[in-house]
Design a protein around this ligand. Structure first.
Ligand SMILES: Nc1ncnc2c1ncn2[C@@H]1O[C@H](COP(=O)(O)OP(=O)(O)OP(=O)(O)O)[C@@H](O)[C@H]1O
Length: 264
């Protein structure tokens, strides 16, 4: 399968009052079309920086980011983004919030068609009947569902999510994971998910990339072989425990603490 995202030899540093802060170092990541790539790593290692580079919001100092065979040189319409804070506009209804990217990307699309597309997605994520509410009238989980609809309403090639479920309670988060699966089944898209939650990375990911400590490079790639259908109970099976243990060990190494075996 062709790669939709190719990150080749990317290094990046920020200028700070204290001098240059190297954040990414010779990073290589490939994500085939249709795959879900979860990225984990120690706090502050450069995960959000990576999302900004893929979205074209920043250019790397060294190396290249390719999307769909095109070199990324600036922001692209074919990218959808979702963050921990859903930032929905309070003066718009949920339906109007979800329609927003279509107004920007497809200004000539008839309004009825935009509405139909937004309503279709709201129904898919269980928000049918809430389309005329304001964001403040919804729970955090419902707002995040609406934010997901907004991120994919214009059918982006790639969805980039930076800790989208980080602020939700554990059970709501699990509900959202299932919603993500439903969405992907009906609306296949390539996804990059930044998360601190290893269970989330294994439940949603086709591959999990562990970044090293800053400056981050690819330390470890786990190909997820989820035991059976992706249901929450599957996370309690031995195969998942093993994958989670491996990832935890890798994070420990990325944090510079060495593996448990070394420590023993
Ligand atoms: N615009 C900027 N200017 C200077 N330094 C920055 C800038 N953006 C991020 N940094 C620094 O770069 C490093 C990596 O930041 P980034 O947000 O990419 O990490 P992260 O892995 O997403 O962090 P976390 O896991 O805590 O969310 C951090 O030390 C951060 O302080």
């Amino acid at each position: 399968m062709a790669n939709l995202i190719d990150i080749r030899g990317v290094s990046h540093a920020y200028g700070t009052p204290e001098g240059r802060l190297p954040v990414l170092s010779n990073l290589d990541i490939s994500v085939p079309e249709g795959e879900f790539c979860a990225v984990v790593g120690p706090s502050g290692c450069g995960k959000s920086t990576l999302t900004r580079l893929i979205a074209g919001l920043m250019k790397p100092d060294i190396g290249e980011v390719w999307l769909h065979g095109e070199l990324v040189k600036g922001p692209r319409r074919t990218v959808g983004m979702a963050f921990q804070n859903p930032v929905l506009l309070e003066w718009r209804t949920i339906l109007q919030n979800v329609m927003l990217p279509l107004e920007i990307v497809s200004p000539t699309m008839p309004r009825a068609k935009k509405e139909a597309r937004a309503l279709e997605l709201l129904e898919l994520v269980g928000l049918a009947g809430f389309e005329n509410k304001r964001p403040s009238e919804l729970s955090g989980g419902m707002r995040q569902r609406a934010s997901l609809c907004r991120a994919i309403v214009h059918k982006p090639d790639v969805l980039i999510m930076d800790e989208p479920f980080g602020a939700l309670d554990a059970f709501t988060r699990e509900d959202l994971w299932l919603t993500m699966h439903d969405l992907r089944e009906k609306e296949p898209f390539t996804c990059v998910l930044i998360t601190h939650d290893l269970r989330e990375s294994v439940f949603l990911g086709d591959q999990v990339i562990v970044l090293s400590g800053r400056p981050a490079t690819t330390q470890y790639v786990l190909d997820v072989h989820f035991p059976g259908p992706r249901v929450i109970d599957g996370l309690y099976k031995p195969e998942c425990s093993e994958m989670l243990y491996t990832l935890r060990e890798q994070i420990r190494i990325a944090q510079g603490r060495g593996s448990k075996e070394q420590a023993a």
